[in-house]
Design a protein around this ligand. Structure first.
Ligand code: EPZ
Length: 417
């Protein structure tokens, strides 16, 4: 497992292009199963979770190969409808394949996705919606044996606006007869990217971004070409890195409207953040100020995925910031590691109280999860001395190469095997 060595104190300077969005491309890769053809995905990020999805596609008999940052997928000759357990366990969001396989094959067999560092990752809403569409799903010993036979579109109501459940039911709806309406759907921008991809391949999906997504079933889908949207959480991470380290950076080809709750708080903290010529510019002159309470919520609320990196940026802020994590049960695992660097954070249940300290000291720390690992890097940029981040495989699930990107902006940061 490689480590990342960071020597803090450098201000950041320069510009980089932001990678394609992990949380857009993962459901899109599942959706390629519905096309039964060739798909070209431009700006596809090279991530561990994308490689896990490619392994699942290949296990189903599909073909996939890279050409630069374009992923070519061919699902013409899909030969199977079973996802091996070891592949399901490699990625927390592998359940997203269920709806697509069911819609294409009329049956599917896969195990529950592995447990997750963030706490339980139930899929009860996915299964309830698929059953309402007519799927027969039996769970025996952690293996889900599904027969869809004939899915019938209908009005579905999600008890919570689950991103994955919304996406799974959009894909299943494409294979159902009649119209499926998903009420209380998740509104994340990645849902919009999935809708745009599906429609580019001949589907008729509308309403993404609102609380009601409508899928007209019975459309024959075909292959196509699509450019994945920029990753708004990677964007938020690098903005927080600049806020923490000070300096001025420009993030190319990314869209501020997708992370306006994050940029608003960075402005409150004292940064100058502006959208310009297709990207985002951030200027941080010095010590940040604490900000009003940060409550994570479904989009368009503050994204849970940006909670850890904003927390890391505020560790030396003037004053106290209160965080409230309302999406996942166990998303403060980075706190103990940040405390090793001198952070003052008090956690009680869903609330974390961050009191700004004068200085942080570099230390050996360990990634606990994807965004917690990125937070350790943000903290290391502003710490005195050397920080050695271990278990960086967690970070590689969502960032193509965080050391490459922040190093290109002037951070003293390198990967060590
Ligand atoms: C997606 O996960 C993202 N992952 C997560 O990003 C993100 O944090 C999350 O949405 C919330 O925005 C991908 O898109 C691949 P949910 P997902 O279903 O779909 C509960 C990252 O760091 N729930 O909206 O799993 C669930 O336990 C990752 O990039 C049920 O109870 O999120 C959670 O508490 C982390 N039953 C809440 O809903 C269900 O059937 C939100 O989960 C489904 C979810």
């Amino acid at each position: 497992m490689s480590k990342i060595q960071i020597r803090g104190g450098n201000a950041l300077q320069g510009e980089i292009r932001v990678q394609g969005a992990k949380n857009a491309v993962l459901p899109i890769l599942a959706a390629t199963i519905l096309t039964g053809g060739q798909v070209e995905l431009f700006r596809c990020p090279r991530l561990k979770d994308v490689e896990a999805s490619v392994r699942i596609l290949r296990a189903l008999g599909c073909e996939a190969r890279w050409e630069g940052d374009t992923l070519l997928v061919d699902t013409t000759h899909l030969t199977g409808c079973t996802v091996p357990d070891e592949l399901m366990r490699q990625m927390r969001s592998s359940a997203i394949f269920l709806g697509a396989i069911l819609a294409r094959c009329g049956e599917a067999e896969l195990s529950y996705p592995g447990g997750c560092e963030l706490g339980p990752r139930p899929i009860d809403l996915h299964l309830a919606g698929l059953r309402e569409l007519g799927a027969d799903i039996r769970d025996s010993g952690g293996i889900l044996r599904c027969t869809g036979g004939h899915l019938e579109g209908r009005r579905l109501i999600l008890s919570i606006p689950s991103v994955g459940a919304t996406e799974n039911l959009m894909l299943a709806g494409c294979g159902a007869s009649g119209v499926t309406v998903i009420e209380n759907a998740a509104r994340e921008p990645e849902i919009g990217d999935l809708q745009n991809f599906l429609n580019a391949c001949g589907a008729k999906v509308s309403g993404a971004g609102s609380s009601a997504v409508t899928v007209e079933g019975g459309c024959k889908l075909h292959g196509g070409a699509y450019t994945v949207m920029p990753d708004r959480i990677v964007t938020a991470t690098y903005l927080c890195a600049c806020a923490a380290a000070t300096g001025e950076i420009f993030l190319r080809e990314t869209r501020e409207e997708h992370l306006s709750t994050v940029t608003a708080l960075l402005r409150r903290a004292g940064c100058t953040v502006s959208a310009e010529s297709g990207g985002i510019r951030c200027l941080s002159r010095g010590r940040l100020s604490a900000v009003p309470p940060v409550r994570t919520a479904p989009y368009p609320g503050f994204p849970t995925d940006a909670q850890a990196v904003l927390m890391a940026a505020l560790l030396r802020g003037r004053g106290t910031t209160v965080f409230e994590e309302n999406i996942f049960a166990n998303r403060y695992r980075h706190v103990d590691e940040l405390a090793r660097m001198g952070a003052d954070i008090r956690v009680a249940g869903r609330v974390a109280v961050v009191s700004g300290v004068e200085r942080l000291t570099g230390a050996p720390v360990r990634c606990t999860d994807l965004r917690g690992g990125a937070a350790l890097c943000v903290a290391g940029l502003q710490a005195e001395g050397e920080t050695l981040v271990d278990q960086t495989g967690h970070i590689d699930r969502g960032y193509e190469d965080i050391a490459r990107d922040l190093g290109a902006l002037g951070a003293d940061m390198e990967r060590r095997e």
